[in-house]
Design a protein around this ligand. Sequence first.
Ligand SMILES: NC(=O)c1ccc[n+]([C@@H]2O[C@H](COP(=O)([O-])OP(=O)(O)OC[C@H]3O[C@@H](n4cnc5c(N)ncnc54)[C@H](OP(=O)(O)O)[C@@H]3O)[C@@H](O)[C@H]2O)c1
Length: 285
Amino acid sequence: MKLLITGAGGQLGQEWVHFCKGNEIEYSAYSSKNLNILDEDNLANIFEQDNPDILINCAAYTKVDQAEDEPQLAGLVNSESLKFICELCSVHQTKLVHYSTDYVFSGSEEDRKEVPDGYPEDFKTNPINIYGSSKRRGELAIIESGCKYMIIRVSWLCGQFGNNFVKTMLRLGEERERLTVVNDQFGSPTFTDQVVEQTYQLIHKNKSGIFHLSSKGTVTWCEFAKEIFNQKNLGVEVVPVSSSEFKTKAMRPYFSKLSTQKISTIEGIKILSWQEGLKKLLNSL
Ligand SMILES: NC(=O)c1ccc[n+]([C@@H]2O[C@H](COP(=O)([O-])OP(=O)(O)OC[C@H]3O[C@@H](n4cnc5c(N)ncnc54)[C@H](OP(=O)(O)O)[C@@H]3O)[C@@H](O)[C@H]2O)c1
């Protein structure tokens, strides 16, 4: 089985490359420098040349705030590109594994009351920012294309490669004794090592459709930050603030916990708590 990895320079893409190398999995990988997924000729040539069984699409426009000013580019990368990618997958009998986001949901108070343990895969989507809306349109392009696919939604992604919240907190924790962090957005971190391992298991089990991958438990960014400093024994004071005191260009869902119920029922897949996932990550840094 041969994998083709796009967006290989991002945090999830790098984790995939690391995993393939460590497990002697046949793969080819392209960062944005070597393959712009908007370049249809290059994409078609690479499909022709590499003839992959599985396309792992880690390429995405992920700048949530900047997307509000660049809706067109976000739409091209996160939605439009998928139409041609799906065509290629159909022609080459390649299964598409695509990553999406908790931001496809609205995160409203009503939703939280309805599904307090997290959004199930089939819950009504209703994105509240440009990034979330571009990712949802990408999902629809895949579903409507008729190609073989798995869409894997993750939330609050963190890992050993690239930039993420854990690394930002560790850096700021070295520089400052006191940090303010929002305490009214609820979700769950997803760790890239588990995303890759579990995706690989799903591929082997020949699964298709939509899956939510995340950790057990729900937390706020502020509680997450406190646990990072606690596990690292760093005496940083973390002060809770509300989102209204920490203005960002894009609106963020107030509640974006993804339910892990469906994935937990799959034999051989073990979901860690967010604290256990964090411990593993901190040990690897
Ligand atoms: N990060 C999160 O918290 C989070 C949360 C939920 C879901 N997700 C989803 O998880 C997936 C992986 O995210 P990530 O955190 O690994 O993102 P990331 O670190 O930003 O990586 C995305 C990669 O895609 C590349 N890229 C952007 N435009 C491209 C194009 N036109 N052609 C080819 N490559 C392009 C980027 O390259 P450049 O840097 O050169 O632009 C970057 O290396 C994405 O689908 C994302 O939507 C992420």
